[in-house]
Write a protein that binds this ligand. Structure first.
Ligand code: GAR
Length: 219
C-alpha cells in the first residue's frame, strides 16, 4: 500500500463507560489501519474505565461531569468549548450516554459520528439487545451513523448484521454485537479520514453514492 501523504485526521472521542470502542479506535490509529489521531478523550463520568485506556495510550483525557452543571445547555457549552480547543476534524461518540442539545449537534453537523447497537432505525434508545430478542427477530446488529438532532436518527453510514440464536441472552448477543462494533467503527472513521464518506443533504454519501437506509419495522 502506498504511504499516506496527508496528515492524520484529528479526532476527539467522547465516552461514558468502559471504552471498548475507544480501544478499537486507539488500536486502529496506532497500527495505522486508519489515518487518524486521537487528540483528546472526554468523559462525562469521572470513573469511566475508558479514561484509563486513553491514559495508557498517552492520549490527553478530560472529565466534564454533567452532574456539576445546572442544565443540559450549560453542560453542552462547556463540552463544546473543550472539544473545539482540540480542533477535531471529526467528533466520535463511543458509548457516550448523554442526549445532546440541538445547538451542540448542529455545531458538529457532518463531522460527528455515533455507534448504536441496533440496525437503525429499529430499536433507538436503550436495552436494544433485550428488545430485539423479545421482538422474536432472528437478526440484530450495529449501526454507525452521522449525528443529527433526531436522537439515534441520523443517516446510517455503515452497519453490520448479527444473527440472533434461539438460546441468546441480551448479554451473549451484546458481546457478539460489540465484536462487530469494534470492526465497523474504525472502518467508518477510516472512510471519513480518506474523504470517502460525507454527510450531504441529510444523506450519508460513501464513494459518491448514498448509503442505503433500512425501513423502520420495530420501535
Ligand atoms: C456500545 O455497545 C455502544 O454501541 C453503546 O454503548 C456501548 C459502549 O461500550 N452505545 C449506545 O447505546 C449509544 N446509544 P464501550 O464503552 O465499551 O465502547
Amino acid at each position: 500500500m502506498a504511504p499516506e501523504t496527508h496528515s492524520p485526521l484529528p479526532l476527539v472521542v467522547l465516552i461514558s463507560g468502559k471504552g471498548s470502542n475507544l480501544q478499537s479506535i486507539i488500536d486502529a490509529c496506532t497500527s495505522r489501519q486508519i489515518n487518524a489521531e486521537i487528540k483528546a478523550v472526554i468523559s462525562n463520568k469521572p470513573d469511566a474505565f475508558g479514561l484509563k485506556r486513553a491514559q495508557q495510550a498517552g492520549i490527553p483525557t478530560h472529565t466534564i461531569d454533567h452532574t456539576q452543571f445546572p442544565d443540559r445547555a450549560s453542560f453542552d457549552v462547556a463540552l463544546s468549548r473543550l472539544i473545539d480547543q482540540n480542533q477535531p476534524g471529526l467528533v466520535v461518540l463511543a458509548g457516550f450516554m448523554r442526549i445532546l442539545t440541538a445547538e451542540f449537534v448542529n455545531h458538529y453537523m457532518g463531522r460527528m459520528l455515533n455507534v448504536h447497537p441496533s440496525l437503525l432505525p429499529n430499536f433507538q434508545g436503550l436495552n436494544t439487545h433485550q428488545r430485539a430478542i423479545e421482538a422474536g427477530l432472528n437478526q440484530h446488529g450495529v449501526s454507525v451513523h452521522f449525528v443529527t438532532p433526531k436522537l439515534d436518527g441520523g443517516p446510517v453510514a455503515n452497519r453490520a448484521k448479527v444473527t440472533i440464536e434461539s438460546d441468546d441472552t441480551a448479554e451473549k448477543l451484546a458481546q457478539r454485537v460489540l465484536e462487530q462494533e469494534h470492526r465497523i467503527y474504525p472502518e467508518t472513521i477510516g472512510w471519513f479520514a480518506q474523504g470517502r464518506l460525507k454527510l450531504e443533504n441529510n444523506q450519508a454519501i460513501l464513494d459518491g453514492h448514498p448509503v442505503p437506509q433500512l425501513e423502520k419495522t420495530f420501535t
